[in-house]
Every structure is written in C-alpha cells, then in structure tokens.
Design a protein around this ligand. Structure first.
Ligand SMILES: Nc1ncnc2c1ncn2[C@@H]1O[C@H](COP(=O)(O)OP(=O)(O)OP(=O)(O)O)[C@@H](O)[C@H]1O
Ligand SMILES: [Mg+2]
Length: 398
C-alpha cells in the first residue's frame, strides 16, 4: 500500500516548474515530511526567481491537498542567492523573507516590519546586518544558547521561562533546535498543534505558556535530512506562522554550537538578548566565550551567563562537591564584562524532573532549585529592562 508520502510525491510529479520540468525532478525539493496527515516541505529557489516560483508553490500545495489522508499542508519557498553573486558576503536572509512574504501575497505589512526595539549601534568591524522584523504582539525575544551541546541549555530555557512566568510575565517558548528538539520531552508534550485557517499553527499550552517545537510536527524517528534552507524555513514558520498571541517574553531554546546555522538563526530571530549557559569546565567556558562572541557579532546584547551543573549536592547527605570545579563562569563573566546570572547545582532532582517532563519550577516551586531559577529569571528581566531597551509591546489587531 502506497504511503501518503508516496502519494504526495506522485501529486507533485504533476506540478511543473517554471521551465516545465516536473517538480520532483528539479532537485529543489526538500525531503517531504508527513506526520499525522500534516505535510511539510520546502522548495529552495534562487532569490531572483521567487516571484515566478510562488505560483508553483501554490500549485504544489493545491496538488498535495487533493491527496487522500492529507489534513494540512505547508509548502515553504526558501530563497537562496545564486552562487558567486555579490562577492561572497553573507546574504541578508530577512530581505529574502520580505520578498517571500510579498510574493505570497501577504505583503510586507507594517506590523511585520516593526523593529524589535532600538538596538545598540554595530560594534566596530561587525557586519551591519539589518535587524530582522519583530513578531507582532511579542515584547522581547531572548535566546538561551551555549557554545557546546549537553550543558543544560534546554533545561535552563524551560525553567527560566517558568521563572519569568512566576514574575507575572506572559511567556512563550520556541524550541529552535530543529535537529534535536527537546520540548516534547521536557514538557511531556505528545499532542500535535492544530492548524488555524489552513496555514497557521496554534502552539501547545503548558503551564500557562504557549510552546512550539518542530518535535510536535514530526516523529522522533524521522531522519533529520534537513538541508540548511529547510532549517531556516522551519524556524521562520515556527516564529512567524504560529499564533503566539500577546507575549511579554519569548524564550528561544537555541541549537548548540556557534556554527553558521546558529549565526544565521541569531540574525533571523529578532533577539533582544541572549543568555549563555555554561558548565564550569574550562572547555565549556571556551565554548561559552565563542557563544558570547557570536551574539556580539550580530549586535545582540548578552544578558549574562548561567553556570549550570555548578556544584553537586548529594541527595543523601546534602554535602556539596565541586565536581567540575566551581565559580569559573562567574569569573569568566567578570572578565568578559557580562552579567553573571547565577549558579544552578548539578542536582538529581533537576535531571529526573526534566527528563520526566515535569520542570522543577512548575512542579516543585518551593524547592531551593526552583528559587535559583526564579532568581536567574529576575536578573534576566532586570537585564532586559535595565539595558535601556524596554520591551516594546507591539500588539496589533490581526
Ligand atoms: N542542573 C542540572 N542538574 C542535573 N542534571 C541536569 C542539569 N541541567 C541539565 N541536566 C540534565 O542534563 C542533560 C542535558 O540537558 P539539556 O538537554 O537541557 O542540555 P542541552 O544543552 O539543551 O543539550 P543539547 O545540546 O543536546 O540541546 C539532561 O538529561 C538534563 O536533565
Ligand atoms: Mg537542548
């Protein structure tokens, strides 16, 4: 029996590209992801050809909609500049998005062009990438990032978000880790987002916070054969084609590392600031420095460093031991002139609760660990306000 994916590919074979070739033969299609009747793919085209491809995109969506078993479909057009054009400097991805929005008939509406608040001038020698457009209704977007993987970024992101919520803010969480999404596990989310009006998605609500992750849309076993542009288009969609509603703060759990993909994300997402998570080991600190340098390069203020897995507290006797050394991140923060936001101990309760989808701040609010996260959240909030960049509330009626 043919799978929905096979039927989708058959349907796409009947759609022609602008030069008459069947779509699957153009080499421009990403892998076709099918999950629970939702179909998701991207077409990567040269930036100059976006207008003529928009009709193809629309025909592809229409063709897929006729396939039995398809409940919703999202075909994204992703622009890529022709190789060699323009002397090899990084293309400003936002311009492509604006072109896409215009080509898709959304136009560049004034609210989508609203800047995410004033930014400091570019550092000397920094590339002067234009600021990406803000998200209507979202006050401040902050990234939780690290130079390397496995330092507890996602755990910190969730508990920081909950800490901000406990301060009375309306908070959302965007899992930008397309290759290794964590939110389904950390928040025990197994349901699928509903579509609104065919193309927009409703985030999943947890603990009073809207949450969005690529992990809600695809199966865990789905091979991640994403191409770079596909990653960007998935992120852009989760950011801009999701009904986030009015938020004071959106916490973005970034993918680990400081490579090109992360840099592009830092440029694509209109960030107000970044929180760097590091473990105390030297190596992680070197990576943390790279993380800080990356955000500085794109003129995103670093709100501070969190030292995670700082001190081990024995669950039996309560004794503290500094397994990885201790205080390195505080010292490093001082040296680099960025705020130190706090130390989170290596605690079995944090790991067990995280891995069970029951984050400590929500499920053990009276524990010392929850208080540590709330203190960090308060410093982040103060950092956002005190840096002279009060979160502008751009609430615009749809
Ligand atoms: N303070 C802590 N104490 C104990 N365990 C922790 C702590 N912080 C995180 N962990 C555990 O460490 C593991 C990695 O954490 P997490 O997934 O948050 O890291 P990450 O930096 O987001 O990883 P990745 O780079 O893979 O996205 C998880 O099992 C988590 O429960
Ligand atoms: Mg993670």
């Amino acid at each position: 029996m043919a799978s929905v994916k096979d039927d989708v590919l058959l349907a796409l074979g009947k759609v022609s590209s602008p030069d008459g070739a069947p779509l699957p033969a153009t080499g421009k299609l990403s892998d076709v992801l099918v999950s629970d009747g939702k179909v998701f793919l991207s077409i990567t085209v040269d930036a100059g050809a976006v207008q003529e491809w928009e009709a193809v995109r629309a025909r592809a969506e229409a063709a897929i909609r006729t396939v039995a078993g398809v409940k919703s479909v999202m075909v994204a057009l992703t622009a890529e500049r022709a190789a060699g054009a323009g002397g090899g400097s990084r293309p400003p991805p936002q311009r492509h998005q604006a072109a896409l929005a215009a080509a898709r008939g959304h136009g560049a509406r004034p609210e989508t062009r609203a800047a995410a608040g004033p930014r400091p001038g570019p550092a000397p020698g920094a590339p002067s990438a234009p600021s990406p457009a803000g998200i209507p209704g979202v006050g401040a977007i902050i990234a939780v990032a690290s130079g390397k993987g496995g330092v507890g970024k996602s755990t910190t992101a969730v508990n920081l978000a909950l800490g901000l919520r406990d301060l009375g803010l309306k908070v959302g969480i965007l899992d930008a880790d397309i290759y290794g999404p964590s939110m389904p596990k950390l928040l025990a989310i197994r349901e699928r987002p509903q579509t609104v009006g065919g193309t927009r998605l409703k985030p999943i609500e947890r603990y009073g916070m809207p949450v969005m992750s690529i992990g809600f849309l695809i199966e865990e076993e789905t091979p991640m054969i994403w191409r770079g542009p596909m990653v960007m288009s998935a992120l852009t969609q989760m950011l801009r084609e999701v009904e986030w509603g009015a938020l004071d703060v959106m916490v973005v759990d970034m993918p680990p590392g400081t490579g090109d993909a992360q840099l592009t994300m830092a440029q694509q997402v209109p960030l107000k600031g970044a929180v760097i998570v590091s473990t105390p080991q030297d190596l992680a600190l070197i990576d943390a420095r790279r993380g800080i340098a990356m955000f500085r390069r794109v003129n995103v203020p670093v709100l501070g460093i969190v030292e995670n897995m700082s001190t081990f507290i024995c669950p039996h006797c309560g004794e503290r031991s500094d397994i990885f050394g201790h205080g390195g991140a505080r010292h490093e923060a001082e040296r680099l002139g960025v705020p130190f936001l706090g130390e989170v101990p290596l605690a079995i309760a944090i790991r067990e609760k995280s891995d069970a989808g029951l984050p400590v701040v929500a499920t053990a609010p009276d524990s010392p660990n929850a208080q540590i996260y709330r203190d960090i959240a308060a410093r982040v909030r103060d950092g956002l306000a005190g840096a002279g960049r009060p979160a502008p509330k751009i609430v615009i009626e749809a």
